[in-house]
Design a protein. Structure first.
Length: 328
């Protein structure tokens, strides 16, 4: 059975579970470890059965609970190399170490780390920071630079960037985790190396595109022949223009590397989408600059010419509770 569960979607945290065959993948970990566990249980998913975490990009609303969750479950994390680097910088802004030095440290300490895994008690979620991104400003904040100097390197167990295993993938290079094929593609967004995904398993294709400033020709090409589409519908243009964000943040959200508006999502659904998905889920709705009804009406209008009992069932993902699982 193929199953898709949105645990949270929005600028305060994003996470979803893709299941196919014997494999379960957590896509982004933007809530605290404890909250991720709570929501998975609410949605009928067992956190202990997760096989891996894949990360779309390093903004805080996508990685907030990543390290603690990966450690608690002892599962690998898949990043692009640039996203991994940016995540490390976010976690250790005062770390005086280059990325090359860090890789060298990994090699030296590999054996030691394995011993740590074997010997250490399972970390509890309590060590989680429980930080939540208070606003989109934080998501859009620039990452601090890392400067190369000689400095003592932390021991693995004190290293905030320590993960049970790190795997790298590249946009445009499909790869497989267990029974699930992943096809990552570049999205235009103000992060180091952001990606969307198409997940394929048991003949079912799930498309995942949030956090993108506009729909590029390549994104259009990727989001075809889907059974389920999760598409960003971030803001209403008027609400954003008249809303509380500082002018500079408004400009970044509106930019080609910001977020998709309701109108932009509707334009994609009208003009470029092939209309084949059974489910269209609108996600990453802004709580400050959008209303669910505005997002829904824009998408409904766009999908009206394709009205069908079997396709294009419209669902809105929310920030504060998981959606019911969708089974194929
Ligand atoms: Zn985001
Ligand atoms: Zn983002």
């Amino acid at each position: 059975m193929v199953r898709f569960t949105v645990l949270a979607s929005g600028s305060k945290g994003n996470s979803a579970v893709v299941s196919g065959g014997r494999t379960r993948i957590l896509v982004d970990a933007g809530l605290s470890c404890r909250e991720l566990h709570r929501r998975m249980r609410l949605a009928g998913e067992d956190p202990q059965t997760l096989d891996a975490i894949v990360i779309t990009h390093e903004h805080q609303d996508h990685i907030n609970g990543l390290a603690v969750t990966a450690r608690k479950l002892g599962i690998p994390v898949y990043f692009t190399e640039a996203t991994h680097r940016a995540w490390m910088r976010w976690l250790t802004p005062r770390r005086q170490m280059t990325y090359a030095q860090w890789l060298e440290q990994c090699k030296r300490q590999q054996a030691e780390r394995q011993a740590e895994i074997d010997a250490a008690a399972e970390p509890a979620c309590q060590e989680d920071s429980d930080q939540e991104d208070p606003a989109l400003e934080a998501e859009l904040a620039a990452q601090p630079a890392v400067e190369p100097v000689d400095a003592p390197l932390p021991a693995p167990r004190q290293d905030p960037t320590w993960l049970p295993a790190v795997e790298f993938f590249e946009a445009g290079q499909p790869f497989t985790i267990g029974n699930i094929d992943l096809s990552p593609f570049t999205i235009p967004h103000d992060a180091a190396d952001p990606v969307g995904f198409v997940f394929s398993t048991e003949g079912v294709r799930l498309g995942f595109a949030t956090d993108l400033g506009y729909v590029t020709p390549n994104v259009r090409a990727q989001l075809k022949r889907l059974d389920l589409l999760l598409l960003e519908s971030n803001h209403d243009l008027e609400m954003l223009r008249d809303g509380p964000y500082p002018w500079q943040v408004k400009q970044r959200v509106l930019s080609r590397v910001g977020h998709l508006s309701n109108d932009a999502a509707a334009e994609f659904l009208s003009n470029d989408y092939d209309g084949q998905a059974a489910y269209v889920i609108l996600g990453h709705l802004s709580e400050s600059n959008n209303l669910p009804d505005l997002a829904r009406v824009a998408a409904e209008r766009a999908l009206a010419p394709r009205a069908s009992l079997l396709a294009n069932r419209l669902i809105l993902a929310t920030q504060h509770e998981p959606l019911s699982s969708i089974d194929f």
